[in-house]
Design a protein around this ligand. Sequence first.
Ligand SMILES: Cc1cc2nc3c(=O)[nH]c(=O)nc-3n(C[C@H](O)[C@H](O)[C@H](O)COP(=O)(O)OP(=O)(O)OC[C@H]3O[C@@H](n4cnc5c(N)ncnc54)[C@H](O)[C@@H]3O)c2cc1C
Length: 354
Amino acid sequence: MADDVAIIGAGIVGCSAAWFLAQRGVPVTVIDPAGVGAGASGRNNGLVEHTYDAATTGLFDESVALLSDLLGAAMPSEPVGALLLASGEEEARTLAGHYARFEQLDPVVLDPDATRRAEPLLADGFWGCLLRTGYPISPLEVTQAVAERARAAGARFVLGEPVRLTELRRNHGEVVVAAGAWSGEVLAGLLADGAVAPLWGVIVLVDLPRRPRHAIIEGTVSRGLTAGRIEHVSPFTLLDSPSWLAVGSTLLDGDEPRGEDWAPRLLAGGVRFVPALAHARVHGTLVCARPKSFDNRPLIGLVPGQEHLWIASGHGGRGMSLGLASGRLLADAIVAGSDEPVPQSLRPARLAAR
Ligand SMILES: Cc1cc2nc3c(=O)[nH]c(=O)nc-3n(C[C@H](O)[C@H](O)[C@H](O)COP(=O)(O)OP(=O)(O)OC[C@H]3O[C@@H](n4cnc5c(N)ncnc54)[C@H](O)[C@@H]3O)c2cc1C
């Protein structure tokens, strides 16, 4: 049995880890100065989407199953489909070829007429590549539901108080850093620089006369994030969740961007894809930071060179899609007392080879 565990961060990852540890009978306390879901987990697009990376496909499938159990009818039984937009046939076929590596995505190339039929909101002329993925959820409600399950299983939450890593390490058997984009900062001096850093996203919340049927994504988004390079800093997305219909999004390093600076740019850019955005009612903006890891894969396991100090972070733009299974995996590792249950490609020890 693992000793008592303190978890820094009450986002989807920290709450999930707490749930699975508490289920296994481990005493666990979650600490967050800002509250449950106060970071990216309460403010994102709410699309449970395939990662397009073989290293995390298993965690994605497991998370979908866990979310179905957790949410029941509130989790769609079928994906809505991710409609990747391409400027021409060649690009659409390249996207389909790229994603055909994952059989479950079943990519279908759509010519401009078929793309318009699939998604009447769109402007003329776009080719499409439709992927069988994408389950819309309410991100804050899901994070709160996971926290509730953790509480019901015996986890304690300490919210609204400052967190000191050294004090936690003195007072608890094991400490987990699940502080999202701030995990690198919390572990300053203990984790390699740049292992996890913020990648800021702005989304604009809008109303349209009709809702999109699919998750609409400028094709470059997925390619950019999976290949680890960002092709441009504000690719177009229009994503409908039970919480909000959002136009996005930015992919920005550095300081926190201002939502009001980016909203007009995101909307103006979006009109090319969805003309009705020119007259959309705007409710506001949300700004949050993706925890981007150095190689775009989560870091789950012991902090290299440290004992009893763990990290579960670096989920980038897929924390809602992987968070539940990541929490389960970390709980298994803590109970085992080693990184053994974690696939090599997700262990923090890989930092040594970069
Ligand atoms: C615009 C945008 C859209 C996105 N859309 C999607 C999507 O559709 N699907 C998807 O799967 N993912 C999406 N993501 C990514 C997803 O939001 C994140 O991967 C996920 O929320 C990360 O969860 P987390 O628990 O690691 O971090 P967070 O949710 O950020 O939680 C970290 C917690 O740590 C706390 N904290 C911070 N600093 C400290 C400190 N020093 N001490 C103690 N606690 C601290 C914070 O208060 C916070 O509550 C999106 C991200 C962005 C930016």
